[in-house]
Ligand binder design. Structure first.
Ligand SMILES: Nc1ncnc2c1ncn2[C@@H]1O[C@H](COP(=O)(O)OP(=O)(O)OP(=O)(O)O)[C@@H](O)[C@H]1O
Ligand SMILES: [Mg+2]
Length: 258
């Protein structure tokens, strides 16, 4: 189990500027003073510099920013794949900072679905089997067929990855991420390797998972057009969040102009 944070801790720190403050809701992710550096001396790279962020239950966040601005580093810390050099990150009342590897593994298994640019499906298993592999170790999974239906792949259950297009493989990867009904769906450039129309199908699958599974969703992208799908857009620069924009209305992927 992750160490529980005393309830006062999250409330102590004021929300960063630009965060919704009047809702009375509690953020699911809280990061305060997050720093991540690599190397030492003159060669030190500061991937994150004193970053504060709150992310709210069920919201769809798009993370934009130039290459090297710290997007993946932030996502990996929120997903329990990486640890900050200093500062703190918490998921609900569980402290991620300082948690040991076993606790982080349990956190990822029970609460987080990941989608990366490259699908990493197991080539010798069918779409259904790739998804079942995750369902088998989850606490309250949906059926693999249900997850594949959510991403529009009911007609490809018994195909192997090599028999699927890139966009279809990425939708299998989304199904694999959501079959456990994750609390958080973290996507690092999920459309980075796809053309526009295929990318929109994958984004539709992610938006549907956010809506129907209720997973708090963070999507990293280099494509500013995708920002229209978000509740909020966080812009990163130099290891910090430099701007936060809220959209009055979320666009469907089909409405995005690429
Ligand atoms: N393992 C590592 N060792 C050393 N430096 C690293 C490491 N991982 C990331 N960095 C550095 O940290 C900074 C932030 O990297 P990060 O991957 O978070 O950026 P990003 O915004 O995701 O970029 P991109 O859009 O290119 O994926 C970069 O300067 C990067 O070179
Ligand atoms: Mg990255």
């Amino acid at each position: 189990m992750l160490r529980r944070t005393p309830m006062t801790t999250a409330a102590d720190a004021a929300p960063p500027a630009g965060e919704p403050q009047a809702t009375g809701a509690t953020p699911v992710f809280v990061a305060r003073g997050l720093c991540k550096s690599y190397g030492s001396g003159d060669a030190t790279v500061h991937a994150l510099r004193d970053l504060d962020v709150d992310i709210w239950q069920g919201e769809f966040v798009v993370l934009l920013g130039p290459s090297g601005s710290g997007k993946s580093t932030l996502l990996n810390i929120l997903g329990g794949l990486d640890a900050p050099t200093s500062g703190r990150a918490a998921w609900r009342d569980h402290e991620l900072t300082g948690a040991d590897e076993a606790a982080l593994t349990a956190y990822r298994r029970d609460h987080v679905g990941f989608v990366f640019q490259f699908y990493n499906l197991i080539p010798s298993l069918t779409a259904r089997e790739n998804v079942e592999l995750v369902a088998e170790i989850a606490r309250d999974p949906m059926r693999a067929e249900e997850a594949l239906a959510l991403v529009g792949l009911s007609h490809r259950l018994d195909h192997f990855p090599g028999q699927l297009s890139g966009g279809e493989q990425q939708r299998v990867a989304v199904a694999r991420a959501i079959v456990k009904r994750p609390d958080a769906l973290l996507c690092d450039e999920p459309t980075g390797a796809l053309d526009v129309e295929t990318g929109k199908l994958v984004l539709s699958a992610i938006a549907r998972a956010n809506r129907e599974v209720g997973a708090t969703t963070v999507v990293i992208t280099h494509n500013a057009a995708i920002a229209g799908m978000a509740d909020r857009v966080l812009r990163m620069g130099g290891g910090r969040i430099v701007a936060i924009e809220a959209n009055a209305r979320r666009l469907a992927p089909e409405e995005l102009v690429w």
